[in-house]
Design a binder for this molecule. Structure first.
Ligand code: SF4
Length: 411
């Protein structure tokens, strides 16, 4: 990714200067459906117990879709797991979500995806894919590959979607303390493929580890941290914050500017979901949209459809030039427009290069505060169904194990 000479360092992160995404419990961009807990990989940072053959029936899945419709407005449903492509009726599940008038997004590691299956899913109405690809998956054929080498696999998936056409392409990666330094390379790779990659998501690694200074309780009963499904021995970092990753990205791309966020349930100034939107060609990123543009996209979509926007179709993300018309109202877009026009003056042939929009999201899951409170994502988009209620999908195993959340009390 080129950094433009006129690029200036982005300001320090200040949540009051950003757009607080309007998502909340009953009215949200997305929801999270898990038709299976079976998976064909074993990702290091996975929150879910891998249960072979752990598929829900199609009737159970439809009941959960009805629960979402009853409890929550949502634009899209992430169909996750486990790996959803392992469910024998995944095509029917996608069709059921689409028939409910909600955008089906498949969250998959991609290992079971073939071109034939992709075409079937497209006919059933799939609107987007989020591929989880990172270096801690034990992926056959890709073991020992680092994040940069895995860009070759990311490109394979992005090109499959591009060939099928009309399907949004997103990637997510769990970020560990020792892979954090490779994130700028992923940002550069995504920029170079901005025509076929619409979203990059970085999820900061979390697990229950022995160095956390808490006693764990379920109700009044003390449990060991090792009783939790998502625990690990050892002392890896589990408290990286979104601003830490922003600092790493800015070492190489000082202009990187998130414009919107979700705060934490316990800390107003924490960035649980931190969103940036950039406009560029395959040759160069010209700028980052500001909060006004993001607010217009979310509020405008809600005004006209009754729902906050989840994923945009690729043909909309390719309308970078139309987005520049928003320059009078948004400083970020204005700056991107200036950079783009200057690039055309030095090289008019660039007029024929497509100008695209790409989102970059950093997700900071549960944080444990010194007083033992757990800082969750306020307005969690990834709520799933458990016993007919909406619950945090990242902590579903606690409910499955104990029937309630585990609490932390400082030692
Ligand atoms: S609360 Fe958990 S499930 Fe919800 S968005 Fe945050 S990390 Fe994801």
């Amino acid at each position: 990714m080129k950094t433009h000479p006129e690029s200036i360092a982005a300001p320090a992160l200040d949540h009051r200067a950003m757009y607080r995404l309007p998502w909340n419990l009953p009215d949200n961009a997305i929801s999270w459906l898990e038709p299976t807990s079976a998976c064909n990989l074993a990702c290091d940072g996975c929150y879910r117990e891998n249960v072979a053959g752990g598929h829900k029936t199609i009737d159970e899945v439809r009941t959960e879709i009805e629960t979402f419709k009853r409890l929550r407005n949502c634009d899209g449903i992430s169909i996750a797991g486990g790996d959803p492509l392992l469910h024998p009726e995944i095509v029917e599940i996608v069709r059921s979500v689409a028939d409910a008038g909600i955008k089906p997004i498949l969250n998959t590691n991609g290992a079971a995806l073939s071109m034939d299956l992709l075409r079937e899913l497209k006919r059933a109405g799939v609107m987007g894919f989020t591929f989880h690809v990172d270096s801690r998956q034990g992926r056959p054929g890709w073991k020992q590959k680092n994040e940069i080498e895995l860009n070759a696999l990311r490109l394979e998936y992005a090109e499959m979607l591009a060939e099928a056409g009309g399907i949004s392409c997103s990637f997510n990666s769990t970020v560990y303390e020792d892979t954090r330094e490779q994130v700028p390379d992923l940002m550069a790779w995504a920029a170079a493929h901005i025509d076929i990659v619409q979203v990059m998501v970085f999820i900061l690694y979390r697990q229950a580890v022995p160095q956390l200074p808490y006693d764990w309780y379920v109700g009044g009963e003390k449990i060991a941290y090792a009783d939790l499904h998502y625990h690990e021995e050892g002392s890896r970092q589990v408290d990286m914050k979104a601003p830490d990753l922003v600092a790493t990205i800015r070492e190489r791309f000082p202009e990187f500017s998130p414009c919107a966020y979700l705060n934490g349930t316990e800390q107003a100034d924490s960035f649980k979901w931190l969103l940036a939107g950039r406009i560029g060609t395959k040759q160069a990123i010209h700028g980052y949209i500001g909060p006004k543009f993001m607010e217009t996209m979310q509020a405008g979509h809600h005004l006209f459809t009754g729902r906050y926007l989840a994923y945009a179709k690729p043909h909309l993300a390719a309308k970078g030039r139309s987005m520049l018309l928003f320059s009078p109202f948004d400083r970020g877009v204005r700056s991107a427009a200036g950079s783009y026009l200057r690039s055309l003056m030095t090289s008019p042939a660039r007029l024929f290069d497509g100008l695209h929009y790409q989102s970059v999201m950093i997700i900071q899951p549960v944080d444990f505060l010194p007083n033992g409170y757990q800082n969750m994502c306020d307005g969690c988009p990834d709520m799933t169904v458990w016993n007919g209620e909406l619950v945090w999908s990242c902590r579903l195993e606690e409910l499955k194990q104990f029937g309630q959340w585990a609490r932390t009390v400082p030692i």
